[in-house]
Design a protein around this ligand. Structure first.
Ligand code: CP3
Length: 361
């Protein structure tokens, strides 16, 4: 028996499985965040990782955007960098700079210092609690998405120690220390699999894996150091759930910038392939159809800087290109802090209106 309230809106889950929908579901990466005054209010009282680690606060900020907009999904408030923390690394969120690791990995010897097999429920149980609480509080209104960073994206932060424009330190590792890099990626993969299984068991109804730094790799390096591990994650998460008699939840992979990888990702066990805004929906659609996959995306986030009329017009064009079936509308990357909530709302409304018209035809 499902212990959670019955679903009133399961558009996201149906679209992820490629089933028929009355309208295209829509949510936005970083829909909980600093562009919302009510989020800034919470952040003025609590630091970033305190919000992540306090289930009541994480639940509250997860629900904030849903009170304003007719979104079809909630995404649990957390961060991809909770995994490096679980492995024993310190991560600070520095205002105006973003995440900073005071002691990044410098040489492969530093891998020894990691706690490679953490007790996931002890180290990350706060995320599972936030998920379960949020499922209750959502009252079945919309599905709840769980997520994790992908191994390469996490590895790159752990080595760079912060964001970077070139990711040259972490890419150095891939070419200079390929075997040790693979060792680190496989440590991360094992932890990510357990973490995602734990999220599904706690109540997450779809799982998204963020390979935000995919586009820094060429195709052959991507295949060996990213795709290999992404594939393992989808297949092992589903296997684990099946072995525990739990119906596997749909999974989304978002490999930002990895144009060349749309087809190879469509050949994995992910149900949904996320597209950034530079990728062509029509081309991706013909690939996705071959493998029975759904797509997510892909309005340029910067389009939200335009007028509400121009947002509606661009959104309508994109919705038509995806064709209404097997599509989860989203931005091609996250919201920026200086965006107006009303402009995100214009996107949400335009997805619903234009897709209803398209599907009725
Ligand atoms: O609403 C949601 O999407 C859920 C919450 C969420 C956050 N981070 C909250 C957050 C999610 C899904 C993430 C994922 C994440 N975190 C990614 C993958 C997605 C992507 O953007 O490519 C990455 C690369 C990170 C790492 C990270 N966390 C960075 C680079 C930053 C700084 C960027 C910035 O906007 O300052 C963060 C901080 C962060 N994560 C914020 C939020 C709301 C802002 C920090 C704050 O409140 O001070």
């Amino acid at each position: 028996m499902d212990p959670f309230p019955a679903m009133k809106n399961d558009l996201l889950l149906r679209a992820a499985r490629g089933e028929k929908v009355e309208k295209v579901p829509v949510w936005a990466m970083r829909q909980a965040g600093r562009y919302l005054p009510e989020f800034r209010e919470v952040r003025s009282k609590h630091d970033f990782f305190t919000v992540c680690r306090t289930p009541e606060l994480a639940c509250e900020v997860t629900l904030q955007p849903l009170r304003r907009m007719d979104l079809d999904a909630a995404i649990i408030f957390s961060d991809i960098l909770v995994i490096p923390q679980a492995l024993g690394m310190e991560v600070q969120m520095v205002p105006g700079k973003g995440p900073v690791f005071p002691n990044p990995l410098v040489t492969p010897d530093d891998i020894q210092k990691l706690n490679a097999t953490p007790d996931i429920s002890k180290e990350l149980g706060y995320v599972f609690e936030a998920i379960t609480l949020t499922r209750q509080k959502l009252e079945g209104k919309v599905p709840l998405i769980g997520f994790s960073g992908a191994p390469w994206t996490l590895m790159s932060y752990m080595i760079e120690g912060s964001g970077s424009t070139t990711f040259s330190k972490s890419r150095f590792w891939l070419y200079r220390y390929p075997e040790e890099s693979k060792k680190l990626l496989s440590i991360l993969t094992d932890v990510i699999v357990k973490y995602l299984v734990g999220q599904a068991k706690a109540g997450a109804q779809l799982l998204q894996v963020f390979e935000s730094h995919g586009g820094f790799l060429d195709e052959t390096i991507f295949n060996d150091f990213s795709l290999f591990y992404l594939r393992r994650i989808a297949s092992e998460v589903k296997q684990h759930l099946i072995s525990e008699d739990i119906t596997p939840v749909p999974m989304t992979v978002f490999a930002k910038g990895a144009h060349y990888a749309v087809e190879s990702l469509a050949q994995t066990e992910y149900d949904v392939i996320g597209l950034d805004w530079t990728m062509d929906p029509e081309k991706a659609r013909s690939t996705a159809q071959k493998y029975n996959k759904s797509l997510q995306g892909n309005l340029d986030p910067a389009a939200l800087y335009g007028s509400c009329e121009s947002i509606a017009q661009r959104t309508t064009e994109i919705v038509r290109k995806f064709g209404g079936k097997g599509h989860i509308a989203n931005l091609g990357h996250g919201m920026h802090p200086d965006m107006e909530p009303e402009h995100l709302n214009a996107f949400v409304e335009a997805v619903h209106k234009s897709s209803e018209e398209l599907i009725q035809k």
